[in-house]
Ligand binder design. Structure first.
Ligand SMILES: *Cc1c(COP(=O)(O)O)cnc(C)c1O
Length: 212
């Protein structure tokens, strides 16, 4: 079942769009089933859960973190994580840089951009991004690889189109600086994100079914 759903989604996605399977709340058996079907990139939203799964699953899995990250949880995921997609404050960047330097590694990150009008969403305001990118140059152990955004959860397709378009345009301003990843699109809106030029989609429900 998981393998079939994965195959269908992959066939639908343009070849240059990376598929990250969002496995939060799902058991390792489900992840293994996707792994056997060739999927290698998985995303989790809780530090403890990412660490526990990474411990027992194959080493060539690429782990993404997509949840809100508190600084006291950085050390849990740093040994395993390949890309932290949900960086939403300078304070978090400072602490990531410090802890990565202790481990003598660099950590790849995306800046989460608040693209929906919704109050509760995390992330930097689009108007802050230029300054944040500039400030990141002092972090020797962090590579900013691009941007992540979540559209409004409303069913208003025009609104979702315009939010993704805005993120794509923002990202294009920094494409030359090596910030090429534009992570946008999940189960409910990845088709719209593809039309607006995403190059990384984060899909959970459409692969693994509903989370309980
Ligand atoms: C849970 C989650 C997803 C996946 O959502 P689905 O609707 O299950 O595809 C994508 N991105 C983020 C940031 C998430 O928290």
């Amino acid at each position: 079942m998981i393998a079939e759903r994965l195959k269908e989604i992959r066939m639908e996605l343009p070849p240059d769009v990376k598929l990250v399977a969002v496995s939060k709340f799902k058991p390792v058996e489900d992840i293994l089933e996707a792994y056997e079907a060739g999927q290698r990139a998985f995303a989790e939203s809780r530090p403890q859960e990412l660490a526990a799964k990474a411990e027992v699953l194959p080493n060539d899995i690429e782990w993404h973190f997509i949840g809100h990250l508190q600084t006291n949880k950085i050390k849990l995921i740093l040994p395993y994580v390949n890309l932290i997609q949900s960086v939403d404050s300078i304070h978090l960047l400072e602490e990531l840089d410090r802890q990565a330097s202790v481990l003598d590694r660099t950590v790849d990150c995306l800046l989460e951009v608040h693209i929906s009008g919704e109050e509760s969403k995390q992330g930097f305001a689009p108007s802050e991004i230029a300054q944040v990118v500039e400030e990141c140059r002092r972090f020797r152990h962090i590579n900013i690889k691009g941007f992540m955004g979540m559209a409004s959860l409303s069913g208003d397709e025009n609104l979702i189109h315009s939010e993704f378009k805005a993120l794509r345009q923002l990202a294009d301003r920094f494409g030359n600086a090596g910030l090429g990843i534009v992570s946008m699109g999940m189960t409910s809106d990845y088709r719209i994100a593809v039309q607006e030029g995403t190059n990384l989609v984060r899909i959970g429900t459409a692969i693994f079914g509903n989370r309980i």
